[in-house]
Design a protein around this ligand. Structure first.
Ligand code: BDR
Ligand code: CA
Length: 328
């Protein structure tokens, strides 16, 4: 198969910062993004969530070393949210966030804090040219906005995986994991003047990658194939043990696909906020969907997706990533 080179076709790759808490589904999304010619990944910023901030930072470095993408992006280090992390994702992602594999990291770099990397990249790029793809708790984005109050209007768009509109949560009955980890930051980002798109659990939950995905993964002889074949089998075991499900969710890859193939999704403008204090509802996302709402719309929210086409896009993306040639 021949790969289209967006530069040679006169197309501009979209500049993205990936903010991640790897996390198996974050790691899969990184495999897709780092080799996708439609994207230029200018930075990957770690955030605590599925694992501790220190682990998330280490995992980002491990993933980059494992995959060795054509261009190595800037990396940012995670620090704990102000109120600490109330939970982690070890039930699904293993003790270290990456299926307990404990990948070697040849060279642990001293990294700038994620929020500084976000500010530098957004300030250093032409106005509104950077999309932030937020696949974990919103700690870093809120901190970047606090550090540089003009930043919300300089970012092109923030695409966030998280929250629910009408369905139940996945970490409490009311809250989705990313929102629950740092509700104060989520609220600050929701209320900021930035252009936002939310890909909520109601939509990402509809896609389940079944066991036969394992037969469609790239060859073990490729870096991407070897990496995916190491982290995915434990993920299937985790989902079976925890939910009795013969398949896995890949919330973060769905959100990334909404960036690369938006035509596969429908969105509606909504007015959303995040509960930060409820005894039972902390981290719950709330949308003013009354007949006559009084809140102002502040984001696009995905409401539908073409499940089959998104599934195929993700599997195709994994295989394309493994075949992508190195830059000269
Ligand atoms: C989200 O929570 C995390 O566990 C996943 O990585 C994903 O970002 C789904 O609720
Ligand atoms: Ca995540």
């Amino acid at each position: 198969m021949l790969f289209a080179d967006p530069a040679s076709e006169g197309l501009m790759a979209r500049k993205v910062i990936l903010d991640v808490d790897p996390g198996i589904d974050d790691a899969i999304a990184l495999c897709l993004a780092l080799f996708d010619p439609r994207l230029e990944v200018v930075a990957i910023t770690a955030v605590g969530g599925n694992c501790s901030p220190a682990n998330a930072t280490r995992n980002v470095q491990a993933i980059i070393e494992q995959l060795d993408p054509p261009r190595w992006p800037r990396l940012g280090a995670a620090s704990p949210p102000d109120a600490g992390l109330p939970v982690n994702g070890r039930h699904l992602h293993g003790v270290d966030g990456l299926a307990g594999v404990e990948f070697e990291v040849a060279e642990l770099h001293h990294l700038h804090p994620s929020e500084k990397v976000i500010c530098d990249q957004v300030r250093g790029a032409p106005e509104a040219s950077i999309t932030i793809v937020a696949l974990g708790p919103l700690t870093n984005i809120a901190r970047a906005f606090q550090r540089d109050p003009e930043l919300p209007s300089l970012v092109g768009e923030i695409v966030m995986m998280g929250g629910t509109v009408a369905g139940p949560g996945n970490i409490t009955p009311a809250a989705e994991f990313n929102m629950y980890c740092d509700p104060g930051s989520a609220q600050a980002v929701f209320r900021s003047r930035s252009t936002k798109t939310l890909i909520p659990l109601d939509v990402t939950n509809r896609l389940v990658l079944s066991f036969d995905l394992l037969n469609r993964l790239p060859d073990e002889a490729t870096r991407v194939g070897r990496f995916l074949r190491t982290i995915l089998p434990p993920a299937f075991r985790g989902y079976r043990q925890r939910f009795g499900l013969e398949g896995i969710h890949v919330h973060d890859s769905v959100a990334l696909t909404a960036v690369t193939e938006p035509e596969l999704f429908s969105t509606e403008e909504m007015a959303g906020d995040v509960e930060t204090m409820g005894e039972l509802t902390t981290g719950m996302t709330i949308f003013d969907r009354r007949r006559v709402p009084s809140w102002r719309n502040n984001m696009e929210v995905a409401t539908e997706m073409q499940v089959g086409a998104v599934t195929e896009a993700i599997i195709r993306g994994m295989n394309d990533a493994a075949r992508r040639p190195k830059l000269p």
